[in-house]
Design a protein. Structure first.
Length: 306
């Protein structure tokens, strides 16, 4: 292929066509008329030697060749865009929007200190926290809209990651719970009625996935989609929640909760910050990540003092 004859705008059109799988929607995405987008599709078919989009009944579908192009093309366009990103990020004047995805426990722990710093350093910057979705439903198209993800383990493959802070899980009940002391023993734990937290994109609570190989099955009385809901219900019932210890500490006074060590070692949880390749050298992203890392270091210092 002669690159001199390649119109880069065709790659933008191809990206939209591969994302939408529909000429009309692709035209709307890139601000072209439908005839112009149809013409671009024909030029791309000639250039690549593949129909790319084919009709299947009333729908258009991507060919195998088109599907194979989606990931590499998105990465290539991100790299091209990065060439035109400013070398500097003027936080005080920036009006940038950052899109973050994190579970509710991370919102509770990280957002207050983050917004305190952002408000002081970059008063016109906006942080959008989008609804959590697990890796199973974290599509490539959705990933391209996200600047930062907070999660445990190595859940988001293909993203770079840095460790933010460590935590461990504990049981929590309302202050004055009649069976609180018994929960420290295995029998008491098994007899208790538990709240399970099943986040969107997961099939069950991660705690239960961890406990099952140990031959432990909790008695689940309620399933909720987030840790905050679990703590609020626990504060007003005799149910038991098995949640990150830092979250219990953050809300124990407000909700009148107490933390109890479980009858087995819960180990250490590591919370990581994930970010896409396109953000690796982006000054704005680096600025935001450095603030987050600073918050994580402060959380670890406070943990050592406790």
């Amino acid at each position: 292929m002669n690159l001199k004859s390649l119109d880069l705008n065709l790659l933008v059109a191809l990206d939209a066509l591969l994302l939408e799988g529909n000429v009309s929607r692709a035209a709307m995405r890139i601000g072209l008329s439908q005839p112009a987008t149809s013409h671009a599709l024909q030029r791309l078919r000639d250039l690549i030697g593949d129909p790319l989009l084919v009709r299947n009944g009333a729908r258009m579908e991507l060919t195998p060749r088109a599907l194979a192009l989606r990931g590499p093309l998105a990465q290539a366009l991100d790299q091209v865009r990065s060439l035109f990103v400013s070398d500097d990020f003027d936080a005080a004047r920036s009006e940038r929007h950052f899109r973050l995805m994190m579970p509710d426990l991370a919102v509770e722990l990280l957002m207050p200190p983050l917004m305190e710093k952002v408000t002081k350093l970059a008063p016109n910057v906006r942080i959008d926290v989008v609804p959590w979705r697990g890796p199973a439903i974290f599509t490539a198209d959705f990933a391209r809209t996200i600047d930062l993800v907070i999660s445990i383990g190595d859940a988001f493959r293909g993203f770079h990651r840095q460790r933010l802070y460590t935590d461990s899980d504990a049981l929590t009940v309302r202050r004055g719970h009649p069976a609180a002391a018994k929960l420290k023993k295995r029998e008491g734990f098994l007899n208790a009625r538990h709240v399970a937290v099943v986040i969107r994109g997961q099939s069950e609570d991660l705690i239960d996935i961890w406990l099952r190989p140990k031959g432990i099955e909790r008695k689940i009385a309620l399933v909720v989609p987030g840790y905050i809901e679990a703590l609020h219900v626990t504060a007003r019932t005799d149910l038991v929640a098995f949640v990150p210890r830092r979250l219990i500490g953050a809300l124990s006074k407000q909700l009148s909760l107490v933390a109890i060590a479980p009858p087995f070692d819960p180990g250490i949880d590591e919370q990581f910050m994930f970010y896409p390749t396109r953000a690796q050298m982006d000054p704005g992203s680096i600025w935001l990540r450095n603030i987050m890392l600073g918050i994580g270091r402060e959380m670890e210092r406070e943990k050592r003092k406790a």
